[in-house]
Design a protein around this ligand. Structure first.
Ligand code: NDP
Length: 476
């Protein structure tokens, strides 16, 4: 794709000038690509163009879908940046009669990957062509460089890759825009990214709770701790912003901002999609499940209040010296490794189930910059996954060593939190997963015996011998 086209038309179109679409359009224009835009509410389109400053020269605002289509050079490529779900289907249906079979619709919203599979299958039959790309990094990422995870027909990706790479974040000059596989592969990876984001955020919030309620630290002191951690193994965007929000002061009351924010968390569903699919694929992601659970329970403020009235306030200040800040940092390092190990294992399982050649090392690479979960550790994950993409990340020598150094701290924090009534569901479930994953002789022999007892389901013997039922007699 060249930077200018012979027809003087735009090289790409974009529908939906909301938070993400408007920033993405400015990013595309800034990288030198001519772009035509359309928004359902026309006043928004014109306000956007009027506010685009010198980039306006690269932007063609249009007042109808037909005008948008006419403003783009053939074969056309049009990005949808609208709410996921029915709106995307409606826009595709509205565009279809206006487009040629070889034109390309790119859904860049947070679609459910199975919806993208369906739309890709429809597109293959009746056109136009279709790509589903996950875009991460929020408003700031969309404006200055998001992380982009693509899915669809490879040739369609290749067609728009120069634009997507140009606008993406760069890690040491390498674009964070990667093709993940057919159909919904890109949106699947984005969904798991968001699931990991939930768990990463939840674990940071859990250690915040230990510091606030268990150690009696104020927000400013907690900010300082995150700041320090951000210079070590935990260096990441999420730790960095946690330090910033903990330091912020409410201009209205002069209190720490964190102390005036209601503890009721929102969600848009990508975390839930991740854990539902993880269950379908029998590739559990307990840290992500715990994070979704925590957001759900956070919303039930009235029930929590009623619980506290009956049982008393759970969090009590821990005895001085129970947990120190180094132990807390190490616990978070262990929790983070376990959460990512679960997430990558889920992506691997999806690749095998859906026949996608999921490039696990490239996924770690594409998350190193631009997206919300970007962190120093992802570069080491890319290296470990390049070494052996089929090995669970927790077994890669680098991470196995880190886990050997830190899982004791995770155990201490989870134990102290449990004894003091501090909820740490993501850290605790990460630890339980770790302990199961490193136990050769588990307790599932009891489950098999129970199943055989009541349902004659049978079992395998450890000695490989004959006889797949127990001597339960008339009790069975
Ligand atoms: P916004 O709510 O800011 O913008 C939504 C846009 O879609 C607006 O331009 C709106 O137009 C348009 N729109 C809404 N309903 C319709 C409709 N029925 N028909 C046509 N156009 C419609 O959303 P975001 O920009 O935040 O999100 C867009 C997509 O990007 C979503 O899928 C979201 O999940 C995803 N995403 C969001 C991120 C974020 O940080 N916000 C990060 C990554 C992905 P109008 O002006 O007329 O209302």
């Amino acid at each position: 794709m060249t930077e200018e086209n012979t027809e003087g038309r735009a090289q790409i179109g974009l529908i939906g000038l909301g938070t993400m679409g408007s920033m993405l359009a400015l990013n595309i224009a800034e990288k030198g690509f001519a772009i035509a835009v359309w928004n359902r509410t026309t006043t928004v389109t014109h306000a956007f163009a009027a506010g685009a400053g010198e980039l306006a020269a690269k932007i063609t605002p249009t007042d109808s879908l037909a005008d948008l289509v006419a403003a783009i050079a053939r074969p056309r490529a049009i990005i949808l940046m609208v709410p996921a779900g029915q709106v995307v289907d409606d826009e595709i249906a509205a565009l279809r009669p206006l487009l040629d079979k070889d034109d390309l619709i790119i859904d860049a919203g947070n679609a459910l990957f199975s919806d993208t599979n369906r739309r890709a299958a429809d597109a293959a039959i009746q056109g136009p062509r279709f790509l589903g790309i996950g875009v991460s990094g929020g408003e700031e990422g969309a404006r200055h460089g998001p992380s982009i995870m693509g899915g669809g027909v490879r040739a369609d990706w290749d067609r728009v890759e120069p634009i997507l790479s140009a606008i993406s974040a760069k890690y040491q000059g390498i674009p964070c825009a990667t093709y993940m596989g057919e159909a919904g592969a890109g949106h699947f990876v984005k969904s798991v990214h968001n699931g990991i984001e939930y768990a990463d955020m939840q674990m940071i919030a859990e250690v915040y709770g230990v510091m606030r309620d268990g150690m009696g630290m104020d927000a400013v002191a907690i900010s300082g701790v995150y700041d320090g951690w951000n210079k070590g193994v935990l260096q990441s965007y999420l730790i960095e912003i946690s330090a910033a929000v903990a330091a912020a002061i409410d201009p209205k009351t002069g209190s720490a901002m964190l102390d005036v924010i209601l503890d009721r968390a929102g969600q848009k569903g990508t975390g839930r999609w991740t854990i539902i699919e993880a269950q379908q694929l029998a590739a559990p992601v307990p840290a992500i499940e715990a994070a979704v659970l925590a957001r759900n329970l956070s919303a039930r403020l009235d029930e929590r209040r009623a619980g506290e009235a009956v049982f008393g306030a759970a969090p009590v200040k821990m005895a001085v010296g129970t947990i120190d800040l180094t132990t807390l940092e190490q616990a978070l390092i262990a929790g983070k490794i376990l959460c990512y190990a679960q997430g990558f294992a889920l992506i691997g399982a999806a690749g095998r189930e859906f026949g996608w050649a999921m490039p696990l090392p490239d996924i770690a690479r594409v998350w190193r910059e631009g997206c919300i979960i970007r962190s120093g550790m992802l570069n080491d994950m890319a290296t470990a996954l390049t070494d052996d993409p089929n090995r669970n990340l927790m077994l890669a020598p680098f991470f196995a060593d880190l886990l050997k150094q830190t899982h004791g701290a995770l155990r201490k924090v989870v134990a102290a939190a449990a004894l003091n009534g501090l909820p740490v569901p993501a850290l605790a479930s990460g630890l339980a997963w770790f302990d199961m994953m490193r136990t050769e002789r588990s307790t599932a022999n009891m489950i098999q015996a129970q199943r055989d007892f009541f349902g004659a389901h049978g079992f395998e013997r450890m000695d490989g011998g004959e006889g797949k039922h127990g001597p339960w007699g008339s009790h069975g």
